[in-house]
Design a protein around this ligand. Structure first.
Ligand SMILES: [Zn+2]
Length: 213
C-alpha cells in the first residue's frame, strides 16, 4: 500500500469487545490495532484479510474483494454468529423496562398468541416495552438477550389490539424460525416465516395501521 514508506511500529491488542469489533489508528507514527478477542483464534487467512481491510481503510486504498469476502464469510458463519451472541448475552447489559404497559401487558398478549398460534409451545422470552416512542424500530427480537422489545407507540388506546398482536406475532415467528445463512447473507424472513405470517387473520389491517404510524 505504501511501498516506499518505512514500516511504522504496529501494536495489536485483543480486547474484550462484545462484538467482532476491529479498530485501527495511526498516532505519532505508531499504528495501534484493537481486535475483539473473538478473533484471537481466527484462521491465518482471516487475520490476513482483517489486516488488509484495516490498512486499506487507514491509507484510503481500495479493499481487495477476495479479502473482503473471506472476512464476511468468517464473521457471518454460524459458529461465529452463535459465539458472538453468547458473549453479548454474558457481557452486554441491557436496560429493561418490563412487560407491563399502561394499556397492554406484553406477557398477557404473548400468552394469548402462544395458545392461539403455537399450541402454547413457545418458551416465553423476556418481554419489554421500549424506553421511548420509537417509530423506526417498532419491535425486535434480540437473540443474545432472548428479549422481545416492543415500541411504546403500541401502548395507547388509539392502538388497536390486533396491531400489537400482529407485531408480537411477527417477533414470535423470529423465535420459531432462527436466522438462516444463505452464503454470506442472513436470511431473516424465510419463505416458511412469511407463509406462517400470512396465517394472522388481520394481517392487512395491522400492516396498514403500522404504515400509518
Ligand atoms: Zn422480522
Amino acid at each position: 500500500m505504501r511501498p516506499r514508506a518505512p514500516m511504522p511500529p504496529i501494536v495489536v491488542r485483543f480486547r474484550r469487545f462484545t462484538s467482532l469489533n476491529t479498530r485501527i489508528r495511526l498516532r505519532e507514527g505508531q499504528i495501534t490495532v484493537s481486535l475483539s478477542d473473538l478473533l484471537e483464534g481466527a484462521p491465518e487467512s482471516v487475520i490476513r484479510a482483517i489486516a488488509h481491510i484495516l490498512l486499506a481503510k487507514l491509507y484510503k486504498k481500495p479493499i481487495d474483494a477476495g479479502h473482503n469476502l473471506r472476512y464476511k464469510r468468517f464473521s457471518s458463519s454460524a459458529a461465529v454468529t452463535r459465539q458472538t451472541e453468547l458473549i453479548r448475552g454474558a457481557r452486554g447489559s441491557k436496560r429493561f423496562f418490563g412487560p407491563e404497559g399502561r394499556f397492554y401487558h406484553l406477557e398477557e398478549v404473548f400468552d394469548t398468541l402462544n395458545a392461539r398460534f403455537f399450541g402454547g409451545m413457545l418458551g416465553r422470552p423476556e418481554l419489554t416495552w421500549s424506553e421511548g416512542m420509537a417509530k423506526r424500530a417498532l419491535g425486535h427480537y434480540d437473540a443474545a438477550h432472548n428479549t422481545i422489545v416492543v415500541s411504546r407507540v403500541f401502548d395507547r388506546p388509539s392502538s388497536p389490539r390486533y396491531a400489537i398482536e400482529y407485531l408480537l406475532y411477527h417477533e414470535m415467528l423470529h423465535l420459531k424460525h432462527p436466522v438462516k445463512m444463505r452464503g454470506v447473507r442472513r436470511c431473516v424472513h424465510s419463505r416458511e416465516f412469511k407463509a406462517e405470517e400470512r396465517l394472522f387473520p388481520q394481517l392487512k389491517e395491522a400492516q396498514a395501521f403500522i404504515k400509518r404510524l
